[in-house]
Design a protein around this ligand. Sequence first.
Ligand code: TRP
Length: 445
Amino acid sequence: MSERETWATRAGFILAAVGSAVGLGNIWQFPFKTAQFGGASFLIVYLIAALGIGLPTILAEFVIGRKSNLNTISAFEKLGYKNWRIVGALGLFTGFWILSYYSVVGGWVLRYLGGSVTGAYFGAPAEYFGQISAGMDALVLHAVFMALVIGIVAAGIEDGIEKATKLMVPSIVVILGALAIFAFTLPGASEGYAYFLSPNFDALASNFGEIVPFAVGQAFFSLSLGMGAMITYASYIDGDESLFGDGITIVFLNSFVGILAGLVVIPLLFAQGIDPNTSGAGAVFISVAGAFGSLPAGRIIGVVFFAVVLIAALSSAISLLEVVVAWAIDNYDVSRPQVATLLGGIIFLLGVPSALDTAWLGWFDTLAYKFFLPVGVLGILVFAAWVYGAPAIDELMKGSGLGEGVGLTWLWLARTLVIVAVVVTLALGFQTLFLGENPAIIPPL
Ligand code: TRP
């Protein structure tokens, strides 16, 4: 078997990981929830969740990946814990699961990119969304999006993912920055900022029980944690640079892009007098899209905006496909382009229900968010902090130049607070999944 691939540079690894993290979660969920949950006061809660819970978890994944230099299943065996491959296997399954519907949404973005050029959705954004979000249109564009993802992953780590994300991540920051400056010039922008960021401790206090699990869940999803994406990416690291430094950089950039996205979309909505109190699909594809229809330079701004959303979605989607491709390449004598195509094709098929009916898409998303990802995070944390333990600290500290205290702090945070936070998040999710009148676990048949 040929030698395993590696990143060409440390920056290449960091940018690929940021590319994975920065995605639809940052653009279509984060700004709206921030505004709704108390602006700047929510931001503080989120940053605490990202640093206190997301960072220790991303470090746990990095340790497993860099130490083993293997995919998310084989890694556990290599470290001497064969039975823990079950955690990796769950991650692999979750990779198939999430990418299947993430790609359908990627297809919508492609469609809106075209729609911005022709102005197709300008008159009636809600009707347009209804037409293109489910059915034949959605299916075809889901296929196109998957083909793009397969193309990048097939080209390999250095020549595919690293080259692509090196271009994509800086473009996301620059384009969003330019759009934020444009939004700043619009009348009504200042009310937008006030709505987005002004601290509202009452809103925070009265919804605290809902906000904390949301902040934790968002930190996990947004940092691509819980299914081995970061294990897989870290497995291609060649060298002993500070994992700790890399982790902080990624958490910081990921939060920064979320805030930047808010500085684009929220003033835009205010300038057009559109109610920003929506979230999820309707927010980006109906409200924001609607704003372009009434802006003077709406076509250009729309094209640029959906281009940046497409880049963000693509650079996340490739990390999901890479998790399953890495597993196949490490274990079987197959070529990368072949498995990328085969496994990408299976993922496409799994996404067909989501492309035909948005109720399926929502069901896949809910199960991922509330069940597969938190269970995966829990497994990874228990393994890294309780089972693997001391060698994990050694791996974490290697090349970091930091004292032993940092490693011990990580270990005990991961062993206690972080695990408790995940268990609470899971428990709350279980309520919506299994209890009540409409348990979310029941598929929309
Ligand atoms: N983080 C991406 C986003 O914010 C989505 C994503 C990519 C993801 N890879 C993942 C989520 C792995 C969970 C696990 O859109």
